[in-house]
Design a protein around this ligand. Structure first.
Ligand code: AMP
Length: 303
């Protein structure tokens, strides 16, 4: 079991979907990621929150064995806040407001336990911060990252610098098209590979996820759910299952990456069943195994 470090947002989210809404609920890319990955391996979170961040959220993470020593509480600052909404097409989030707050000037200085971790995930956050953390790592076995329209539009140059140095990019379909400036997803994946990463995982919400690398192409469907309440965090949870599985096995070969895609899809399928981290909080290891089996049955066929 290898250590997995994540840098990303730890947030208070206000989210409205056609099925309900939550105000200042626990969210953030690093939060969903670390919670999902904690089912597989030891995760160390690098992030900052303000002194308004509820203690119970910190306890939730540490009670799952997530290392929060590098989750800084900045006095006099407020926690990152995101407000978003979804229409009946739950695949597309509309951002109504983003307040960076504590994350605006966050400059982490990594401790040896973090620098030496073999697996690193740069969750959705300012690409300058992603690069800063990436460059502090000693010799990671596998580095992966995510991003979103906010940074593709706002900090493209910095984002391109991170891309040049990372192994895998996980990104949703709209953002892949925007980043590559190419409407066809397969071509977009090729353009992105030219930018640096050796593999791209494009997440397509209810249509599943595709992985494109030099000579390989793999498709992971999404679990056919009848009740999806809130897609927030699905992408980060996918990444948590994906990286968590690889770190648990300390593997980065192509067959392991395929299995990691399915674990990502399994974990994401739970997150969307309730608001915030509510479904993940009730999740049991047996349910992960069971749904992994259901995925296998769903895609197996004979010649
Ligand atoms: P996902 O639905 O997986 O794409 O991620 C949703 C999470 O991303 C929410 O919990 C937000 O708090 C967080 N988020 C939204 N915008 C940003 C941003 N600009 N930077 C970092 N995290 C963000």
């Amino acid at each position: 079991m290898a250590d997995l470090v994540v840098v990303g947002s730890v947030a208070l989210d206000t989210v409205r979907t056609p099925f309900g809404q939550v105000t200042a609920a626990l969210g953030g890319s690093a939060t969903y990621f670390s919670y999902a990955a904690s089912f597989f391996t030891r995760v160390r979170v690098v992030a900052a929150v303000g002194d308004d961040f509820p203690r119970e959220h910190l306890d939730l993470l540490s009670n799952r064995g997530i290392d929060i020593n590098a989750l800084e509480i900045l006095p006099g600052k407020k926690t990152f806040r995101w407000t978003g909404e979804y229409g009946f097409d739950l695949n597309e989030a509309k951002t109504l407001d983003t307040q960076l707050n504590a994350l605006a000037e966050f400059k982490p200085s990594l401790a040896p336990a973090h620098k030496n971790a073999p697996f690193l995930f740069l969750a959705n956050i300012d690409p300058e911060l992603q690069l800063d953390v990436l460059r502090q790592m000693e010799r990671p076995m596998l580095t992966a990252m995510d991003t979103m329209n906010f940074w593709i539009d706002g900090k493209r140059e910095a984002l391109l610098r991170v891309l040049r140095e990372v192994d895998v990019l996980l990104i949703n379909d709209t953002e892949a098209r925007m980043l590559a400036r190419e409407p066809n997803l397969i071509k977009a994946a090729r353009v992105i590979i030219e930018l640096g990463p050796r593999a791209v995982v494009i997440k397509r919400g209810e249509y599943g996820a595709v992985m494109v690398s030099g000579g390989d192409f793999f498709f992971a469907p999404a679990y056919p759910l009848e009740s999806v309440f809130d897609p927030t965090g699905a992408g980060d949870t996918f990444a948590g299952g994906f990286m968590g599985y690889l770190a648990q096995r300390s593997l980065t070969d192509a067959p392991s990456i395929r299995k990691a895609m399915i674990f990502g899809a399994v974990l994401a399928s739970f997150t969307v069943e309730d608001f915030s981290l509510d479904r993940l909080k009730r999740l049991k290891a047996e349910e992960i195994e069971e749904r992994y089996g259901a995925f296998q049955a769903m895609v197996s066929f004979e010649h």
